[in-house]
Design a binder for this molecule. Structure first.
Ligand code: GLN
Length: 260
């Protein structure tokens, strides 16, 4: 375990006021707190439309979810940052993109009004909303990520489809995930993670939070810095267990109704 005292990480939150559904900003808080507990100073910066900011300044980039209207508002600004963000990911920069942000980090998202919003193509994926008559994907989710459960809450009309060769983040155990059909949740390329999970997702999934911190520490300070001091995660794991229970009992009662 390295002594991380005096180390520092820059966390950038893209469009914190527009893309912040279901408390996605809690992801930045979780990273901040888990860093602070290890004497790593995490500085969180919000990046709004038109701000003078470059991903080169960041160790972790977060982007949350939003309604179609908000996604449309940020779209042009995000396009302008596309080259720099793609280069950042190419150079192993760490990203967590949630729901609406995840959709815009793919090639495009066709919104509920059928208008295409161009994405920045970090994930080899496209998203499309089937229209207002088709039910949204709403509820608690459990997925398997590297043999462990990740939990969260989803609420999206758009369905994401990964192109061949694009790795998913996790496999759905309960819930809809990317599209309710192929059993896949999220996407992962290099150190960029995309997911439909709100919650916020990181406070309830401390191992995922630590993965992002560890990758960022390694990129900035070298391989020894990736080895993080374990923390007392009892509160986070209780929240995780409750979310797991809620998701699985909802699934059981749905199955019960179906076979009754
Ligand atoms: N507006 C998008 C959809 O409905 C994303 C929603 C979200 O971020 N929760 O699919």
């Amino acid at each position: 375990m390295t002594d991380t005292d005096g180390h520092q990480l820059n966390v950038a939150v893209l469009y914190p006021d527009l893309l912040n559904l279901y408390g996605d900003r809690g992801n930045a808080r979780a990273l901040e707190r888990r860093c602070a507990a290890r004497e790593i100073e995490a500085t969180v910066t919000g990046v709004d439309i038109g701000d003078d900011w470059s991903p080169e300044e960041a160790d972790i980039v977060l982007v949350g979810g939003g309604q179609d209207r908000e996604q449309r508002r940020v779209q042009a600004d995000l396009q302008q940052r596309g080259d720099a963000l793609r280069e950042y990911v190419d150079q192993d920069g760490v990203v967590l993109a949630v729901c609406g942000g995840f959709q815009l980090f793919g090639h495009h998202y066709r919104g509920w009004d059928c208008e295409i919003m161009e994405g920045i193509g970090i994930f080899d994926a496209v998203a499309a909303h089937p229209g207002p008559r088709i039910a949204r994907c709403v509820g608690n989710v459990v997925a398997l990520w590297e043999g462990e459960t990740v939990v969260g809450f989803e609420n999206h009309g758009g369905r994401t489809y990964l192109n061949d060769g694009q790795e998913a983040l996790a496999d759905v155990v309960s819930g809809f995930g990317n599209n309710g059909g192929d059993g896949l949740e999220g996407a992962k390329i290099k150190n960029a993670y995309g997911t439909y999970l709100h919650g916020a997702v990181l406070p309830k999934n401390p191992r995922l939070a630590d993965r992002l911190i560890s990758l960022a520490m390694e990129r900035r300070y070298g391989p020894e810095a990736a080895d993080l001091t374990p923390l007392d995660d009892s509160a986070a794991l209780r929240a995780h267990a409750e979310a797991l229970h809620a998701a699985l009992s909802a699934r059981e009662s749905a199955l019960g109704r179906r076979f009754a």
